[in-house]
Write a protein that binds this ligand. Structure first.
Ligand code: GDP
Ligand code: MG
Length: 162
């Protein structure tokens, strides 16, 4: 079975940038589904001999309050569909209340969740990670989706059990 990876996080953290990097110039099949799934985007990728499906989500608004509001419908649906959740935060912006609301949801969810700190290009990794330990989701994993920094290494680890 091909593992399904959901990209979750508030707007502007770099989910779509990572999605594009992980699906670009592979057998990328990007489809927009109508109706309930309209804000989810599905792509396929391959790392080494391992295939994966990845879901991009767009709709967690930082302006909303409470976990039900903060986690937009399609993000919850993407989490349900996924085997693995990559929860992305912004290493430049630092920790945000919306990140905490999402983390609270993910902590009680049984899905394997990886905390991914994006935009670490030009940042000192160790100090950029410090804030994010408090989310209670284990090790923060630094990447720079726009530049590809640490991306293959991360996905390699993520796919290890599959
Ligand atoms: P999304 O809303 O979570 O899908 O975020 P996007 O992928 O649209 O990215 C939001 C902004 O962050 C864009 O201007 C990207 O170019 C920028 N961005 C994404 N990844 C990185 C990165 O690794 N480093 C930096 N410096 N900027 C990034
Ligand atoms: Mg996006």
């Amino acid at each position: 079975m091909t593992p399904v990876i959901a990209l979750v996080g508030r707007p502007n953290v770099g989910k779509s940038t990572l999605f594009n990097r992980l699906t670009r110039s592979r057998d990328a099949l990007v489809a927009d589904f109508p109706g309930l799934t309209r804000d989810r985007k599905y792509g396929n990728g391959m790392l080494g001999d391992k295939a994966y499906t990845i879901i991009d989500t767009g709709g967690i608004s930082g302006d909303e309050h409470g976990i039900d509001a903060a986690m937009a419908e399609q993000s919850l649906a993407a989490i349900d569909e996924a085997d693995i959740v990559l929860f992305m935060v912004d290493g430049r912006a630092g920790l945000n209340v919306a990140d905490e609301a999402i983390a609270n949801h993910l902590r009680v969810n049984q899905k394997k969740t990886w905390l991914v700190v994006n935009k670490t290009d030009g940042l000192e990794e160790h100090s950029a990670m410090a804030d994010f330990w408090t989310l209670g989701l284990g090790d923060p994993h630094p990447i720079a989706a726009a530049h590809g920094r640490n991306v293959s290494t991360l996905i390699d680890h993520v796919l290890e059990p599959f």
